[in-house]
Ligand binder design. Structure first.
Ligand SMILES: Cc1cc2nc3c(=O)[nH]c(=O)nc-3n(C[C@H](O)[C@H](O)[C@H](O)COP(=O)(O)OP(=O)(O)OC[C@H]3O[C@@H](n4cnc5c(N)ncnc54)[C@H](O)[C@@H]3O)c2cc1C
Length: 479
């Protein structure tokens, strides 16, 4: 039994970050015989947040994320703890990888582009993705001096400065947009790709840095951590397996859906949470696993300055439109996993994934499943169009790019409003200030995609960290 009696941890938000935090708290409480209660409150009627797998007509439709990076260990570790590691699958080896639209044509991303940086000259030289001038400018990266000062800059400015504007607009920007749905001229280098900045500082340039790192890895020094998995992995039944399994195994957590928290105020000891409908919950530790703008509203009464800083994290709305076709109707499709579309191509579509090419088991034989995306920073209007208009636009652009004339046999639209946090220039400094002020609010933690990584392993890691500090606080009274 713990010395602290019946204390209470409340997690607000049942996305992957909140669920992972609940799992970690439950495990630590059991391991150390603590006796605090754990409640997770989720505003919607479904747990999982952005992870949402729908199964219909033999299709596995991912409305949110369809995969995660294996080299960041938190997600695989969680799958291991849940007993579902054997369900992890890698991307299919389709031979071809990713394509990028250039002047209306799909061009393969040249082999050897690692973290936006070219590491092989031949494939780049042969590629039709960039003009001769653009390639020459990229090759000249070797000669560009390193920036000396420490100020944050946008990833757009960094890539343009090092590799040239053409490489930025036609290669880096669409690849980045696929991750953040953002405007790379606004996104912070320090917050999104700190390794690129480190490489420039340490080696004087990107190509130089990549070549040095490869040399060091070959000689056994500084070898990158190896994972036995392919870089992108998912689960045999889709990403929903992860959240379904978490929910199933959170037997000692009070999971409440349809329960939106509306305000948090200081109580005599700890905090009082008001739910929609007027119910109150008393809590000693509160883990805020909501989008930053929700956390900002909830923290308003406790610290208006934190709220103001959190409101400065902008969000972008997107929509995922999944379309299944008879395979015979889309025979002209190129192999590969899909393509991304640069902003300069001036399309509503931002990316298309060949879901049934990317992972096994996503569509029955004879059916091709495509995931298409619209909505990005500066161009979110299409997300709010009625279904029929949105479908018309997507089908028109697919017809123009891929020549698909026939109607899909299944279509699903998922709108994600204010879904993608944007780590704009200054994000890292702002988080430091938030962290400093948060120290005054004992037992309170911020977690999830808004802060230090939008990827699923990052969100899980943020849940783990928040759970560990809440456990220390509740069980050992350590802040
Ligand atoms: C279309 C799309 C594709 C993506 N693809 C990938 C990918 O392939 N790989 C990858 O690694 N990442 C991907 N991401 C990013 C990743 O999915 C997200 O960053 C991550 O799932 C966010 O998890 P989270 O728990 O922080 O937030 P969320 O999933 O947003 O969960 C927050 C929860 O808080 C709840 N909530 C809000 N307000 C309240 C309140 N007042 N009271 C109670 N509950 C509340 C919400 O209902 C929600 O369930 C993608 C994201 C999107 C939108």
């Amino acid at each position: 039994m713990s010395d602290y009696g019946d204390r209470h941890a409340v997690i607000i938000g049942g996305g992957i970050a909140g669920l992972a935090a609940a799992w970690r708290l439950q495990a630590q409480r059991a391991a150390e015989g603590a006796d605090y209660r754990i409640t997770l409150v989720e505003a919607s009627d479904r747990l999982g947040g952005k992870l949402y797998t729908e199964r219909c007509d033999g299709l596995t439709i991912e409305s949110g994320p369809d995969s995660f990076l294996s080299y960041k260990p938190a997600a695989i570790q969680l799958a291991r703890e849940l007993g579902i590691e054997d369900r992890i699958i890698g991307t299919r080896d389709t031979g071809d990888g990713t394509f990028i639209l250039r002047d209306g044509r799909l061009e393969p991303l040249p082999e050897g582009i690692t973290m936006l940086v070219p590491t092989k000259l031949k494939p780049l030289a042969k590629s039709r993705l960039l003009s001769l001038r653009g390639k020459a400018r990229m090759a000249a990266e070797y000669l560009v001096p390193a920036r000396e000062d420490d100020d944050d800059e946008s990833i757009g400015s960094f890539i343009s400065r090092r590799l040239g504007r053409e490489a930025f607009e036609h290669m880096a920007q669409p690849l980045l947009s696929g991750i953040f749905a953002g405007d790379a001229d606004q996104l912070s280098l320090a917050a999104t790709f700190p390794r690129l900045r480190d490489i420039e500082r340490k080696h004087g340039g990107l190509v130089r840095g990549m070549l040095n790192q490869r040399r060091e890895a070959r000689s056994g020094n500084n070898a990158a951590p190896q994972s036995s998995y392919p870089p992108f992995v998912s689960f045999a039944g889709g990403m929903g397996e992860l959240t379904d399994s978490l929910v199933e195994r959170l037997g000692n957590v009070d999971l409440r859906t349809g329960a939106a928290v509306e305000r948090i105020e200081q109580a005599e000891s700890g905090y009082r949470l008001q739910l929609a409908g007027g119910e109150f919950l008393e809590a000693d530790a509160v883990l805020l696993a909501t989008p930053a703008y929700v956390a900002a509203d909830l923290l308003e009464l406790l610290d208006g300055e934190i709220s103001a800083m959190l409101r400065r994290i902008p969000y972008v709305s997107t929509a995922t439109i999944s379309l299944a076709f008879r395979a015979s109707d889309v025979q002209g499709l190129q192999a590969g996993r899909g393509f991304v579309i640069p902003h300069v191509e001036n399309r509503e579509l931002t990316a298309v994934t060949w879901a049934s090419n990317k992972f096994d088991g996503r569509a029955p034989g004879g059916t091709a499943l495509l995931r298409t995306f619209v909505g990005r920073a500066g161009r979110e209007g299409a997300v709010d169009l009625p279904d029929d208009q949105l479908l018309t636009i997507v089908r028109r652009e697919l017809q123009q790019i891929l020549g698909i004339e026939t109607a899909p046999i299944v279509s699903r639209i998922q709108r994600w409003r204010r879904a993608m946090p944007q780590y704009v220039v200054g994000h890292v400094d702002r988080l430091e200030q938030v962290d400093q002020r948060m120290q005054r609010l004992r037992g309170l933690a911020l977690l999830g995609a808004a802060y230090r990584g939008v990827g699923i392993p990052d969100c899980i890691e943020s849940g783990n960290r928040a759970a560990e500090s809440a456990h220390q606080y509740l069980h050992r009274n350590v802040t």
